[in-house]
Design a protein around this ligand. Structure first.
Ligand code: ZN
Length: 140
């Protein structure tokens, strides 16, 4: 029996007693029966919500396992991995460190900041960047 059915059953039993409607105890019995019915309704609603959440979690879980399948799919990951040409597009400029001679590849954004930190020796140097210098050559 569902909770709501039990609550209705109890309510019916109380009504069947044909208690004196002016009696204070009768009033309390009726209040209790109403309360039980409300609780049963609330529980039913919560169960519905719980089912919905479970369905959503199942859906997310399925989506996630799809993503996992892709992650373990080497062909797909190869497509995602940057190729050399992608890399060069972003890191457009070659800069030689005046301290250690290490060659660093920089994106235009980092160049525009004007100050460069060599990843090799951590030397910080300024890069006077203008279109002309870049165009001319890479001699030092
Ligand atoms: Zn350096």
């Amino acid at each position: 029996m569902q909770l709501s059915e039990k609550a209705a059953y109890i309510k019916g039993l109380i009504e069947g007693l044909e208690l004196d409607p002016t009696d204070k105890q009768t009033k309390i019995f009726k209040l209790i029966a109403e309360f039980l019915a409300e609780v049963a309704d609330e529980v039913k609603e919560l169960e519905q919500c719980y089912d919905d959440v479970c369905d959503q979690v199942d859906g997310i879980s399925e989506d996630l396992s799809g993503v996992e399948d892709l992650l373990y799919d080497e062909d797909f990951m190869d497509d995602l991995t940057y190729s050399d040409s992608d890399f060069e597009d972003d890191l457009a400029y070659e800069v030689t460190c005046p301290n250690c001679g290490n060659i660093t590849y920089l994106s235009e954004n980092s160049l525009n900041e004007g100050v460069i930190k060599c990843p090799e020796c951590n030397e910080i140097f300024e890069f006077d960047y203008s279109e002309d210098e870049l165009d001319e050559s890479e001699e030092e």
